[in-house]
Design a protein around this ligand. Structure first.
Ligand code: SME
Length: 177
């Protein structure tokens, strides 16, 4: 196929490597399978995290921002993401991301204005979910990053999202951190 026919907006568009991007997942289980397939045979952390943000955002169009904050010397630093320019550094215990990392648990925030200390990178954000990523995908592993999803809608995420993202966080934790 000619290079000029590639339309990166189409999920089935051929990738530069010759692979075909998978169709958008229709369930969290499919999303997990898709991510596992993307990670299979690729050890580059940044590439895998970048593709993960694209897959997750395509699956959750209500998410205005999908990205990672990666643990660096005791603070969270912005990693691969999809969405608007965001805050770069978040201290442990600060904001939703820093609280999730410090408390080692997923936080579902239906209304960010009701979360004390929420960090507003985008004034339009109304709700958020943050999932910690543990090294090796093990619940007792160090927190290596958090996965942060924001939405312009109130209560865009709930426990079903937390449950669906848990195995995905385990897959992410097994990457080469
Ligand atoms: N709202 C987050 C900050 C990151 S941005 O949403 C991308 C927080 O309170 O930690």
């Amino acid at each position: 196929m000619a290079e000029s026919s590639i339309d990166p907006r189409r999920p089935s568009a051929p990738l530069a490597s010759g692979h075909i991007a998978p169709p958008i997942a229709s369930s969290y289980a499919e999303l997990a399978q898709e991510l596992a397939a993307l990670f299979d045979g690729e050890s580059d952390l940044v590439a895998n995290l970048a593709n993960a943000t694209a897959s997750i955002r395509a699956f959750l169009p209500r998410a205005s921002w999908v990205g990672f904050y990666v643990m660096r010397a005791g603070q969270l630093v912005l990693g691969p993401f999809q969405g608007k320019v965001a805050c770069v550094r978040i201290a442990l215990g600060k904001g939703v991301c820093g609280t999730s990392a410090a408390e080692r648990r997923t936080l579902v925030v239906p209304d960010v204005e009701a979360f004390p200390g929420h960090i507003a990178c985008d004034a339009g954000s109304r709700s958020e979910i943050v999932v910690p990523i543990f090294r090796g995908g093990r619940p007792d592993g160090d927190v290596v990053a958090v996965l942060d999803l924001d939405s312009y809608d109130l209560a865009a995420f709930d426990e079903r999202d937390a449950d669906g993202l848990a195995p995905i966080a385990a897959l992410l934790g097994a990457l080469a951190w």
